[in-house]
Ligand binder design. Structure first.
Ligand code: SF4
Length: 367
């Protein structure tokens, strides 16, 4: 992307209109009622790849349980993962936890204000650092996420591929130049761009007639807005086939905890394998003939598609106590009444659902 000529009067009008629209039209979201850097950090981490409406209950529960960076740093990892259960992208929670410990020891429990220092924290990339610096500390820092990239590409008719390194760098440079010209709050400006992308400048059908900056939009004027931003196709997600073995009695189910360095690390699930079901059955001390195929679950992550065959068998009184395989570091017979206390991915909930296992016990009709 070549450096765009930003005409001062145009930028002034654009910023004034968008900021005044944002002041009136912004959605009332809980993280917009605070400038507490910790709360902004939690919300921005949760909002990565997740919709605001999905995040709200998780954010409120998390802040109620762990209201300060110190409380987060001291919390056991199982509590942090439990509060994150169902939100996905669990690596974010583990890195947030590690970063909180670092903030306590290296920064006296206060989040640093500068983008460069924020980027030194685990899990804090350019977007999150810019969001915290601008929203919580009023620093002149830009943010570029999917919404901002779409809005800017359309406003300035930018045809570069925003997923390619050059296009992405150009987008950040443009966002920073706009922040540098700003007369108002940089946090409000960044959020106004994101809000416009989330509610008006929608990916397939931009609502240009309702847009406060339609008069400043080059993409609309030239009729190419809908084709922007240009993005190279993502590769197809890798398909992973697994078999999960749900061993349950009327009151308990066998769950194993995944090693922390793996996908879904630290979360509990019915033992599963992408290898030989016979080897898993042997470690679980069950006869393959005693397992019924009760259904299949498909779970799509950003980078892979999981296809899980669900087998169910009886959990007998004594065993098994062996770890079900090298992916696990703990195993437990979990009382169904306390199932919710073990952090789980939503994939696990789907598997248990298919196996008719729920916190109130095996459903009627379950073997
Ligand atoms: Fe997006 Fe349309 Fe507004 Fe341009 S006029 S910023 S394309 S909603």
């Amino acid at each position: 992307m070549t450096a765009l000529a930003l005409e001062p009067a145009h930028v002034r009008r654009l910023q004034a209109r968008l900021l005044s629209w944002y002041a009136k039209a912004k959605r009332d979201l809980p993280w917009r009622r605070t400038r507490d850097p910790y709360a902004v950090w939690i919300s921005e981490t949760m909002l990565q790849q997740t919709r605001a409406t999905t995040v709200i209950p998780f954010y409120e529960r998390f802040l109620a349980a762990l209201p300060t960076v110190g409380a987060l740093a001291e919390a056991p990892q199982q509590q942090v993962l439990g509060l994150w259960s169902g939100l996905g992208y669990y690596r974010r929670a583990r890195m947030l936890h590690a970063a909180a410990k670092h903030v306590v020891t290296a920064h006296g429990s206060r989040l640093p204000e500068a983008v460069e220092e924020l980027r030194g924290l685990q899990g804090v990339g350019a977007y999150t650092a810019g969001a915290i610096a601008s929203i919580a500390f009023g620093r002149r820092a830009a943010v570029v996420d999917g919404n901002v990239a779409r809005v800017l590409a359309r406003l300035y008719s930018i045809e570069d591929d925003v997923r390619a390194a050059r296009g992405n760098a150009g987008m950040w440079a443009l966002a920073q130049r706009l922040v540098d010209r700003l007369r108002g709050e940089s946090g409000d400006w960044n959020q106004a761009l994101m809000e416009l992308g989330a509610t008006v400048c929608l990916p397939r059908e931009p609502r240009c007639d309702e847009c406060p900056v339609r008069g400043q939009c080059s993409g609309r004027a030239s009729g190419i807005a809908k084709q922007l931003p240009r993005m190279s196709r993502k590769g197809r997600p890798l398909t992973v086939e697994r078999v999960a073995v749900v061993l349950a009695s009327p009151a308990r189910v066998l769950l194993a905890r995944r090693r922390v360095d793996l996908l879904f690390g630290g979360l509990w699930e019915p033992p599963s394998t992408d290898g030989e079901i016979g080897a898993l059955a042997a470690r679980l001390q069950v006869d393959l003939r005693g397992l019924d195929h009760v259904g299949d679950v498909v779970h799509v992550l950003s980078h892979r598609r999981m296809e899980v065959k669900v087998m169910r068998g009886a959990l007998v009184r004594k065993g098994p106590s062996l770890l079900p395989g090298p992916d696990y570091d703990a195993v437990a017979r979990v009382d169904l009444a306390h199932l919710g206390e073990r952090p789980q991915a939503s994939l696990t909930r789907k598997i248990l659902e298919v196996a008719n296992v729920c916190p109130r016990g095996l459903r009627s009709g379950a073997k």
